[in-house]
Design a protein around this ligand. Structure first.
Ligand code: GLC
Length: 539
């Protein structure tokens, strides 16, 4: 990547749509592709739009839904509950008309056990597809082929009585891992990449890509201290195997023949130094940093994390930030908002949208959507049910709150997950007409990002070495500077900068407070409770 040539995906804001919760068009209580098309103007292309540039669409393939779409039964089709391939083509057309790019999820570590490949594979030991999955005998004198554990809990091996062997699954037993060492399986997966690129998609989010290869001999992982079986192992043989590099290069070659297409990888482990190994011109364009989803509301922790990733990724890998997603047990406003959800939502948004890197918004965060407290009996996700009440993914996957009508305007049918009880006061429609709402603030921030090169391209320069109450940093591109300051506290604070500013004269571009009197006085500034501000260098 050339240092100074910025590419569309480096300057873009991505919006992650959990399809089944976005908009329902056929009254079955499940979001679908036509529903999404009907809401594209909300995202871009009309005067009221949010102003994003690209969508990452969660899986929509036929699936028995043991892992809500992350167990794919056919990589080249659409689940009829979400629409048809014709609807998908229409989506691409309508999105591109509005200059929105579409990225889809590639779940290539495993398929569903209902995929015809697996059905063939498990049918007999000599079936040609046997080797497309990972089958092993029990080890002599031991119960399992090795000590590997599933990240979703329990052993990673499932016994197949008919053929008297175990198959390997890192996730649920309904999600058998594909054998990436089988060239035919690999080639077939790459054909599906071409299939979707030919249909016009602009890129892919790769689900847990660093698990594709396992060590050829499947040795035991060494032990370590941890809470669950999975955490009590060093994952040196089931994750991050050297063969990944070549596999990603092959994948990237395909992408390179479709100019402008982009890839972003989700990887287990989340270590910035490992992330750096996987992003380059021969590998992936970006790799997710999910650390924010686990950070406490503490400016020092955020700054340390940002600097750690900046250092590890260097000039040649591009960072990418996320505050909430469909796997997190809690949306960030639920994590941090407490008694001031809107104010905190604005501070967090200002940070996410002004860091050096590509921000990924999670549907609904722009209205400060909160988790919906669910009882065990209301949960549908097996992982949420297993780890209730400690970890529930369902609570952050509930339907989008569009307006104050029944079911929040999401569906006229019975929604697949309950809607937040307070949707009448927190929804898109009411926030669009309120200039002080979280949504209006997001729209203004996105507008500022589009207008200010420094916010999209500038270097990240922290202004305090050890922030305690708030964050302050510059984004600097040549003579163009933006200064961002964020008060993490519910009381007024004074931020002292540790270094001189590159300019004397600054103009307030935005504040999360309507009556802000924030100003820069030498090397310090005062901020109101939970105030977020951006200044531009003036002149
Ligand atoms: C990824 C997905 C998650 C899924 C898992 C298994 O982490 O984000 O939702 O359960 O992979 O596919």
């Amino acid at each position: 990547m050339e240092k100074d040539a910025f590419l569309w995906w480096q300057e873009a804001v991505f919006y992650h749509i959990y399809l089944r919760s976005f908009m329902d068009s056929n009254d079955d209580g499940l979001g679908d592709i036509c529903g999404l098309i009907s809401r594209l103007d909300y995202l871009k292309g009309s005067p009221d739009s949010l102003g994003i540039d690209a969508i990452w669409l969660s899986p929509f393939h036929p699936s028995p839904d043991n892992d809500f779409g992350y167990d794919v039964a056919d990589y080249c089709d659409i689940d009829p509950r979400f629409g048809t391939l014709t609807d998908f083509d229409h989506l691409i057309h309508e999105a591109h008309k509005r200059d929105i790019r579409i990225m889809i999820d590639l779940v290539f570590n495993h398929s569903s056990n209902q995929h015809p490949w697996f059905k063939e594979s498990r049918s007999s030991k000599d079936n040609p597809k046997r080797d497309w999955y990972i089958w092993r005998d029990a080890r002599l004198g031991k119960r399992w082929p090795n000590n590997w554990e599933s990240i979703f809990g329990g052993k990673a091996w499932e016994w197949n009585k008919a053929t008297q062997q175990f198959f390997y699954h890192m996730f649920l037993k309904e999600q058998p891992d594909l054998n990436w060492r089988n060239k035919k399986a690999q080639e077939e997966l790459m054909q599906t990449v071409r299939f979707w690129l030919d249909r016009g998609v602009d890129g892919f989010r790769l689900d847990v890509f660093n698990l594709w290869f396992k060590h050829q001999d499947l040795p035991d992982n060494p032990p370590r201290i941890g809470l669950r079986g999975y955490d009590r192992q060093h994952h040196i043989y089931d994750i991050d195997q050297p063969e990944m590099v070549e596999a990603l290069a092959g994948f990237r070659n395909i992408l390179n023949s479709y100019p402008g297409s982009v890839s972003i990888g989700e990887f287990l482990g989340n270590k910035p130094k490992i992330a750096a190994l996987y992003c380059s011109e021969q590998q992936l364009h970006m790799v997710f940093n999910f650390d924010f989803t686990g950070c406490p509301w503490n400016p020092k922790v955020f700054q340390e994390n940002i600097l750690e990733w900046e250092l590890a990724l260097g000039d040649f890998c591009w960072p990418c930030y996320v505050l909430s997603n469909h796997d997190g047990p809690r949306r960030h406003v639920s994590r941090y908002g407490k008694r001031h959800p809107d104010q905190v939502a604005k501070v967090a948004a200002t940070m996410l949208l002004t860091l050096r890197g590509t921000p990924f918004l999670y549907y609904g965060e722009e209205i400060g959507m909160l988790n919906v407290p669910l009882r065990r009996g209301q949960l549908v996700d097996p992982v949420s049910r297993r780890y209730y009440p400690f970890h529930s993914r369902d609570q952050g996957r509930t339907p989008m709150q569009w307006d104050a009508t029944q079911h929040a305007g999401f569906s006229t049918g019975n929604p697949w997950l309950p809607i937040h009880p307070k949707y009448e006061s927190r929804n898109v429609k009411s926030q669009l007409s309120d200039p002080h709402s979280v949504l209006s603030f997001y729209r203004s921030l996105l507008q500022l990002r589009r207008e200010c090169d420094a916010l999209r391209q500038g270097q990240f320069v922290p202004l305090q070495s050890s922030p305690k109450l708030g964050l302050a940093y510059l984004r600097s591109e040549g003579d163009n500077h933006a200064l961002v300051a964020l008060n993490f506290k519910g009381k007024p604070i004074r931020i002292q900068f540790d270094c001189a500013l590159p300019h004397d004269s600054w103009k307030l571009a935005i504040s999360s407070h309507t009556n802000s009197d924030a100003g820069i006085h030498g090397k310090e500034m005062l901020l109101k409770p939970f105030e977020a501000v951006i200044f531009f260098s003036d002149g």
